[in-house]
Design a protein around this ligand. Structure first.
Ligand code: NAD
Length: 243
């Protein structure tokens, strides 16, 4: 069902908690990996065997994005794009500093916009292009102290829907995944100790998401069978946001 053989998957934030799980799942489905992160991903790519590559890119530098995406497209093609890189900072809404606000928006929202735009010619050439944007439950509901993060992830859902509308004619689907807390370093940052225990109890399924569960959803959305799913926001939240 999810055979991605012969397709190149570009994954941003590949060195992070969800990124590594994405790389493992896409490699297992047969995709060729183009792993992108501000950290060096060459060793990670090599772990999956020949044909996979790592690229170092700081997504906060807008001028650096298009040249790197064009290089990757020329070297490997781009059929599947997973905009996964992101960062989260928690502050009361009235205390967010301007540079933290800008950094959050630049990496969580501006970068996916620029990466997707630069990748579009390659996705069009693919004939079955796919984009999956890593949003969050924070883009759908209010989470205490998540003003900048929630705004960036809600913005990413808005971007997803407009890209889906405009790029359907090119055979490109664009969807968002919105998990609750995922067991990664980022998840632990805001949700450890008693706060984390309470958050787990408040999720009907009683636990946080495991990174491979996010990766499996992304693989499905990139599969041939998901060709009619576009503009969707897939919640992976154990039922938290239905309450
Ligand atoms: N962990 C969670 O609880 C959770 C929940 C919902 C959504 N998400 C989203 O999932 C995505 C991945 O999260 P994660 O938990 O794996 O985070 P993580 O912090 O483990 O990994 C993020 C990766 O992005 C990379 N990155 C950050 N800034 C970058 C930049 N300027 N240029 C290039 N790469 C950069 C980091 O180097 C890191 O490898 C993020 O978009 C996040 O917002 C995470």
């Amino acid at each position: 069902m999810s055979d991605l053989s012969g397709l190149t998957a570009l994954i941003t934030g590949a060195a992070g908690g969800i990124g590594v799980a994405l790389a493992e799942a896409f490699a297992k489905a047969g995709a060729r990996l183009a792993l992108v992160d501000m950290k060096d991903c060459a060793d990670l790519a090599a772990k999956f065997g020949p044909g996979h590559r790592g690229y170092t890119l700081d997504l906060s530098d807008p001028a650096a994005i298009a040249p790197m995406i064009e290089r990757i497209g020329a070297e490997m093609g781009i059929d599947l794009l997973i905009n996964n890189a992101g960062l989260g900072m928690v502050f009361p809404a009235e205390e967010v500093r301007l540079d933290d606000w800008d950094r959050t928006m630049n990496i969580n929202l501006r970068a996916p916009w620029l990466v997707s735009a630069a990748a579009l010619p390659f996705l069009k050439a693919s004939g079955r292009g796919r984009i999956v944007n890593l949003s969050s439950q924070a883009g759908v509901i209010a989470l205490d102290q998540h003003a900048a993060y929630g705004a960036s992830k809600a913005g990413l859902i808005g971007l997803t829907k407009v890209q889906a509308l405009e790029w359907a004619r090119h055979g490109v689907t664009v969807n968002a995944i919105a998990p609750t807390v995922v067991d990664t370093p980022m998840g632990a940052l805001g949700w450890s100790g008693e706060k984390g225990e309470k958050a787990r109890r408040d999720i009907p399924m009683g636990r946080f998401v495991r990174p491979p569960e996010v990766a499996a959803a992304a693989v499905f959305l990139c599969s041939a069978d998901a060709g009619m799913i576009t503009g969707d926001v897939m919640m992976i939240d154990g039922g938290f946001t239905m309450q």
